[in-house]
Design a protein around this ligand. Structure first.
Ligand SMILES: [Zn+2]
Length: 313
């Protein structure tokens, strides 16, 4: 048995047939709330067939809604402008991008028109869902994209009872459960076995409560709730997210390990109170620069930054 084989998993899930299954899966999940021709803002830089942006674009078109994209200018400022100008009713993106958008709405008093937000990535803290729900005054759905890549592992239960795991992609299990099964549920470290190749096992480094019994929403796919990351880098990431990003005054932050210890950069809205920062860390606090700032989490997508931003800098 091969463990934590993300590469093998991606190969299995990015064949034309698997991508087609992913598009129809997402279309089926979004169909109940997407209206015909409604503008849907997709916050990913890429729209190739095996990218998150491309998969969502196809699924949105299949629901007869109208995808709009953020870019090629990926500044926060531009995100807010496109959301406002297009009157998008649904937004899909990385949880931290949508959280940032929520803060921009408050800081700039810009009215947006969202009914639904789909936060798409590895499992994320529940306070992010609550903040987005409150800040954008809309419904919030979670889409489980493994490592924020093109493998879509599941989608929020319609009745808010966790994330249903796609049966055609994964057979989830908790082989060494910590506690007794209660109502058929198991708590412990989660493993995903590929439904297409049992030799491929993926370790999401999560501790969860896994339910196999049918859900009250009518879906029979297993669901995970109460996810808790076991990955050390995620633990510190989540700790920092909780400590800084939970503040509405902090638009974005970046942490980097250097030879002198942890270096933190906070991008803030001036004039508001700020969180306390650990004294061991080197710190740079600076105001949001609308002419330049791009979400830190977007840099992983190898953005092509438009020339005009550099010129202005
Ligand atoms: Zn359900």
């Amino acid at each position: 048995m091969r463990m934590d084989d993300y590469q093998a998993l991606c190969e299995l899930e990015t064949t034309p047939q698997a991508l087609e299954a992913t598009v129809s899966y997402l279309a089926a999940r979004m169909k109940p709330f997407l209206q015909t021709l409604e503008p849907v803002l997709i916050c990913y830089p890429d729209d190739g067939p095996a990218s998150l942006g491309g998969i969502f674009k196809e699924a949105v078109i299949r629901c007869q809604a109208a995808p709009v994209f953020w870019g090629p200018d990926y500044r926060w400022k531009e995100l807010l402008r496109i959301a406002f100008d297009t009157h998008a009713n649904t937004v899909i993106g990385h949880p931290l991008v949508i959280l940032g958008l929520t803060k921009l709405v408050k800081a700039t008093a810009t009215p947006l028109y969202f009914y639904d937000a789909i936060l798409c990535g590895d499992p994320f803290a529940h306070w992010i869902v609550d903040d987005v729900k409150k800040g954008l005054d809309c419904r919030v759905w979670g889409c489980y994209a493994v490592r924020s890549g093109p493998v879509i592992a599941g989608f929020s239960c319609e009745q808010d009872a966790g994330i249903h795991i796609r049966a055609d992609v994964f057979l989830p299990d908790v082989p060494d459960q910590k506690t007794e099964a209660r109502y058929g549920s198991k708590r412990g470290k989660l493993y995903f076995q590929s439904a297409k190749d049992p030799q491929v096992v993926f370790d999401p480094m999560e501790e969860v409560l896994l339910h196999h019994q049918p859900c009250s929403c009518g879906c029979n796919e297993p669901r995970v709730i109460e996810t808790c990351s076991l990955r050390e880098e995620n633990l510190s990431r989540e700790l920092l997210e909780d400590r800084f990003l939970a503040w509405s005054s902090v638009l974005d932050y970046h942490a980097q390990k250097t030879e002198f210890g942890m270096a933190l950069e906070l991008v803030v809205f001036p004039g508001e109170s700020l969180p306390k920062v650990p004294s061991a860390a080197k710190l740079k606090v600076r105001p949001w620069n609308p002419e330049e700032d791009i979400p830190f989490c977007m840099h992983r997508y190898a953005l092509k930054i438009p020339e005009k931003i550099h010129e202005k800098g």
